[in-house]
Structures are given as structure tokens and as C-alpha cells.
Design a protein around this ligand. Structure first.
Ligand code: CUA
Length: 441
């Protein structure tokens, strides 16, 4: 291949690559990128808006600089390029030592451009640091704690007799139109709290109290994500933020503070019992939501607050019993029922949440079944699956009982054999647990 045909080949390849690369800009990919559930371009509150404004100022200043510099460079390259017939042995042209006026002007312009970026950046940093002083009186306050791999949300203003703060998991409900200060903590490693459409992102650091504030201008449903690598299931450590108007928020708080719903085994409910749902394990990494939910998650959230039709009281009572027998009660709290543990998500009103497994799966019967029966295929390494070795040497039973130090199956120190008291869940038991958990509205 001659040098000329090689250069022609490179040129045509480069052109077709560039053409292919621009296709998404003019098709759905571009618009989805701008408005998708985790897009920072589709802001819904003042904090995210101020962060986007800084991005645009920076983009314009650097973009204009790029165009000017690249144009001058392209002009020089074309004008002074080697031409056919040029004498390649000619002496190099006279070398100048610069033009002081141009150089000083360029330094001045660069400083000006940096100042142009720095002023709005510093203003945004101050603005984003904490709730503005004139709005502190109306601000709401919550605590968010990151754990491998889920989020715990506490409401210090909502005290429950005998139980302290109102605690929920993975779905943070806030009042719309009001600033919310979020105190950020972690129970283990570094996590990062990020709600792309509202604000972000600030790290949750061990032994350090961080905070941020955010505000949703209108009621809505927003995606959140841990944004700091925190272990094998970091990418699936998600959460949701639901913003409600004042009346709905007050009603939601009152309901969440109430103890868990009780359905007696012999309760007479309206209508016939629903037929059993289909369940087939979709396997590792299978998506966990339907298009209907994805298209209208806020409507799904509102529907999720209602008691389901076709409940089976006997199955629900059976599920409550299995929840004790399988030792779920040791890690999960269900206020008013048997659950008292606090190392895992509070499940008092789990049936009213739209997602399970830290914002990863839509809270449908089949998905909850999948999470209970095959936890490690949904969220690898989670503590429900591997168990929790505690300080006193006792192992909190999981599905596998992995020894934290060796990474192997836990061994009983007295018999030297694999710990056999791990959790097992049959299909029938999972169905009863799903019926019970979904009854907890
Ligand atoms: Cu938590 Cu990444």
C-alpha cells in the first residue's frame, strides 16, 4: 500500500467514524441522555440548577476559547503547510522572540476567562454548602446513612414512643418546595449521596459529619445513586427520593409513624383471594422493573400506598410466622410485630415502597420473591446472603455463612465442620413471606 492510499484510507475511516459517532446526537440517545432518570441536565430544584449553571458557564468559556485557538491553529497549519515543489533544503525562516503586546494581552484574557468561571463557581459553592440563612426556619432535616449496600433514612423531627426517630430505608420522602438538609453518615466504608436531578454529590465519610441540602420544586419521583465505589455491589446501591406536597407529606408521616398493619389469619377481606403469581428466576443481572413503572414511577408510588386486593389472610399469617422462624427478625424491625433488629432495613411499611433491594427492583410480588429466594444473584455479597460475623464471635446467620476473615464457608470452631444453620427458603415459604411483606402497607 502506498503512503497516499494509506492516508486516503485513514481519512475516509475517520470521516465515517465521526459520522457514526454523531448519530446518537440526533436520535433518541441524545434526548435520553438529556432527560433520563439520572440526567443532571433535567434539574428539578435550585441546588441542581445552580450546579448546572456553573457547568454551562464553564462550557461556554472553554468552548469559545477552544474555537478561537483551534481556528487560529487551523489557519496557520493551512497557510504555512508544505506545498508541492517547496524546497525542502531551504533555510528555516527567521525565528522571532514573540510579541510582548500579544503575550501580555493573552495572559490578561486568560486571567479574565478564569475570573469569569471562578465568580459563579465560588458563589455556587457557598450557596450549595448549606440551606440559605433566610430559609433555615422552613427547612426540613433528615439523616442519611450509607451501609453496604443500602441507605437508611432517619427523621429526627418525627419521634415515635419507645422507638426514637422514624426510620425508613432506600426511599427518602421529602416535602416539595422546601429546603431539606440531609446529614450524611456512614456505618462502614465511604459512600456518596447523589440525587442527580436535585443535588449532588457529597461523600458519606467514616468519623466525619458531612451534609448537603436539596429541594424539589414540585412533587415528583427522583432516582438516587451511591457515587463512590464501596465494594462489590456499589453499582446497585441505589435509592429514590419522593417529593410530596405539604398535605400528602403530613399524611405520609402520620402513617409511617404508625405500627405495622396486622392481618389476622381468620380475617374476612373483601373479594376473592388472588391467584398465585408466576415466578421464574430471571437470573443474575436481569432487569428489575417493568416499562409501566419506569414510565410513571410517581403514579406507581401512589398506587403502592393502597392495600392490595385479593389478599390471602392465612398466607399472610403464615408469612409472619416464617419471618420469625427464619431469623429475619434478628436484623429487620417491623414495629408492632416481632422484628426488632436494626442492622438491616426497617420493614414496618415495606409494602408501601416502590422498590426493594436498595432501589434496584420494582417492589412487585415476583421481584420480592426473587430477592428473598436468590439474594446473591440480585446484589452480590449482601449481608442477608453471607451472614454477619459479630464482635462476640457469634455469626449472624445468612444464606451462606461466609467467614469474613477467610472468605470461605464459616466453620464451627468446636466441630470443625461447615456451619449448617444457614437460611434456606423454599418456593412456598417465599410466597408466604411475599404475601406478609406486601401486606405491610
Ligand atoms: Cu455505597 Cu458505592
Amino acid at each position: 500500500m502506498t503512503l497516499q492510499s494509506l492516508s486516503h484510507l485513514i481519512k475516509t475511516r475517520a470521516l465515517s467514524c465521526a459520522a457514526v459517532a454523531t448519530v446518537p446526537l440526533f436520535t433518541g440517545g441524545w434526548f435520553n441522555w438529556l432527560t433520563g432518570p439520572q440526567s443532571t441536565f433535567d434539574t428539578h430544584g435550585p441546588v441542581a440548577k445552580s450546579q448546572l449553571d456553573v457547568f454551562y458557564v464553564t462550557l461556554w468559556v472553554t468552548g469559545i476559547t477552544f474555537v478561537i485557538v483551534a481556528s487560529i491553529m487551523a489557519y496557520a497549519m493551512l497557510k504555512f503547510r508544505a506545498r508541492k515543489g517547496d524546497d525542502d533544503k531551504a533555510a528555516i525562516p527567521h525565528q522571532g522572540h514573540g510579541n510582548p503586546l500579544i503575550e501580555l494581552s493573552l495572559i490578561g484574557l486568560s486571567v479574565l476567562a478564569l475570573v469569569f468561571i471562578a465568580v459563579p463557581t465560588l458563589k455556587a459553592i457557598w450557596y450549595n454548602y448549606d440551606v440559605p440563612a433566610d430559609q433555615k426556619a422552613v427547612a426540613y432535616e433528615v439523616n442519611a446513612t450509607g451501609l453496604q449496600w443500602w441507605f437508611k433514612f432517619e427523621y429526627p423531627k418525627e419521634q415515635i414512643d419507645g422507638a426514637g426517630n422514624l426510620v425508613i430505608a432506600n426511599e427518602l420522602v421529602i416535602p416539595a418546595g422546601r429546603p431539606v438538609r440531609v446529614n450524611l453518615r456512614t456505618a462502614d466504608v465511604i459512600h456518596s449521596f447523589w440525587v442527580p436531578k436535585l443535588a449532588g454529590k457529597v461523600d458519606m465519610m467514616p468519623n466525619r459529619g458531612n451534609h448537603l441540602w436539596l429541594q424539589a420544586d414540585q412533587p415528583g419521583y427522583f432516582w438516587g445513586q451511591c457515587a463512590e465505589y464501596c465494594g462489590e455491589s456499589h453499582a446497585v446501591m441505589r435509592f429514590r427520593v419522593i417529593a410530596l406536597n405539604e398535605a400528602d407529606f403530613a399524611a405520609w408521616l402520620a402513617h409511617q409513624k404508625s405500627p405495622a398493619r396486622i392481618v389476622a389469619a381468620d380475617a374476612k377481606l373483601e373479594g376473592p383471594v388472588a391467584a398465585p403469581y408466576e415466578f421464574k428466576n430471571p437470573g443474575r443481572n436481569a432487569p428489575g422493573w417493568t416499562k409501566e413503572f419506569d414510565d410513571a414511577p410517581f403514579v406507581a408510588w401512589q398506587n403502592q400506598q393502597k392495600i392490595e386486593t385479593g389478599e390471602d389472610p392465612a398466607l399472610i399469617a403464615q408469612g409472619r410466622k416464617i419471618f420469625q422462624e427464619k431469623t429475619c427478625v434478628a436484623c429487620h424491625t417491623i414495629r408492632g410485630h416481632e422484628g426488632v433488629g436494626s442492622t438491616a432495613p426497617d420493614l414496618t411499611h415495606i409494602g408501601s415502597r416502590t422498590t426493594v433491594a436498595a432501589g434496584l427492583l420494582e417492589n412487585s410480588k415476583a421481584n420480592l420473591h426473587r430477592w428473598i429466594a436468590h439474594p446473591n444473584e440480585v446484589k452480590p455479597g449482601n449481608k442477608m446472603y453471607v451472614g454477619v460475623p459479630s464482635v462476640g464471635g457469634n455469626v449472624m446467620t445468612g444464606y451462606l455463612n461466609i467467614d469474613k476473615n477467610t472468605g470461605e464457608r464459616a466453620i464451627d470452631p468446636e466441630t470443625g465442620k461447615i456451619v449448617k444453620d444457614h437460611i434456606t427458603v423454599t418456593d412456598a415459604e417465599a410466597r408466604a413471606l411475599v404475601a406478609y411483606l406486601h401486606s405491610l402497607k
